[in-house]
Design a protein around this ligand. Structure first.
Ligand SMILES: O=C(O)CCC(=O)C(=O)O
Ligand SMILES: [Fe+2]
Length: 330
């Protein structure tokens, strides 16, 4: 455990106020946006995304083109990975300060000061070197997760191209800013395993993921039907009232949220929204919860500067480093 500290970014000072239970009243509707026939319906989809991102900061997408088979296969390999012995996973342990490799209960959110009840494995393409599990330990892990990473990236860039249109940037502005072939690439696929409930739960002040905003431009979370717990402090006045709305888990539906980097890049027009994953309560499913999260984080060498220059320019590398340092105990 760590004590709460004073951090240097406004976003972090906000987080430290938010660690309590608040009110779970599901008072905000999380928009569901249909991505079918994207090219022909681009304008309509763009308006729906803009409305959702400026008013709520959270939205879900369906008919997005990533097949249920692909998603299930990726969940399957993630679950096999997390079932490996801890000593085996420790061979791919996360080096300090980087979003790569395996970690077990090391993330401590400024909002709670307690360890998230989870383990994760992160993939950030240029920094994987020896961090892949060996083929003889878990066959096809690398090929399946890499293929999924590519598809999640492509969908993320599609969504960001809609925001680029509305912000007055060139349509491929964010695609260039998240160039997958560059050594400066720092978008991340995170496989998540939230531990089954033991004796202590939410009443003991524990969280699967304590309340936080994301550091990135856009996060896309794949969940599994029956494995709920993700909640957003979303909508007008929700933050003052500390009221929370569930982002229901459903196979094939992707829950998306705006992160701090895009909020800054849009001069605060697009809302980065607090969210958390709470522990199950009595009478709820208490087994493991798995999710897959893709974080679109602009390449290190990109300079974040909004169209109206509301904030001074900062490199994506500096921006992210400040946040990573504040969020991990070791
Ligand atoms: O697993 C989830 O549902 C959400 C994960 C999340 O918010 C995060 O890792 O930033
Ligand atoms: Fe998050």
């Amino acid at each position: 455990m760590t004590t709460k500290q004073h951090y240097s970014l406004d976003e972090l000072n906000l987080e430290t106020r938010i660690g309590g239970m608040g009110v779970e009243n599901d008072c905000t509707e999380i928009p569901l946006i249909d991505f079918s026939d994207f090219e022909n319906r681009r304008q309509h989809i763009t308006e729906a995304l803009w409305q959702a991102a400026t008013q709520v900061g959270f939205f879900q997408v369906e008919n997005h083109g990533i097949t249920l088979d692909t998603i299930k296969q990726t969940f399957g390999i993630a679950e096999s990975y997390f079932a490996l012995p801890a000593e085996t996973k420790a061979l791919n342990a996360r080096p300090k300060g980087q979003n790569v490799g395996w970690e077990f209960m090391t993330q401590v959110r400024p909002s709670t000061g307690t360890q998230d009840q989870k383990e994760s494995y992160q993939i950030t393409l240029p920094h994987m070197a020896s961090l892949w599990p060996q083929e003889q330990v878990l066959a096809d892990f690398k090929s399946i997760t890499l293929a999924f990473e590519q598809q999640a990236w492509a969908l993320g860039m599609k969504i960001l191209s809609c925001f680029a249109d509305k912000l007055g940037f060139e349509r491929d502005f964010f695609t260039r800013a998240h160039d997958r072939s560059s050594p400066e690439y720092q978008s991340t696929l995170r496989l998540l395993h939230y531990l089954p409930l033991q004796q202590q739960g939410v009443d003991a002040g524990l969280w699967r993921a304590g309340a936080h905003t994301d550091f990135d431009c856009l996060t896309m979370v794949f969940q599994k039907t029956g494995q709920d717990g993700l909640q957003a402090c979303a909508g007008k006045d929700a933050q003052d009232a500390l009221s929370w709305t569930s982002a229901k888990a459903q196979d094939g539906i992707i829950t998306c949220n705006i992160g701090d980097m895009l909020m800054r890049w849009s001069d605060d027009k697009l809302k980065s929204t607090l969210h958390r994953v709470r522990m199950p309560r009595e009478g709820e499913y208490q087994g493991s919860r798995y999710s897959l999260a893709f974080f679109c984080q602009a390449n290190k060498d990109m300079i974040i500067q909004g169209p109206e220059n509301k904030y001074p320019p900062i490199s994506a590398e500096d921006y992210l480093n400040l946040r990573i340092q504040a969020n991990f105990a070791k």
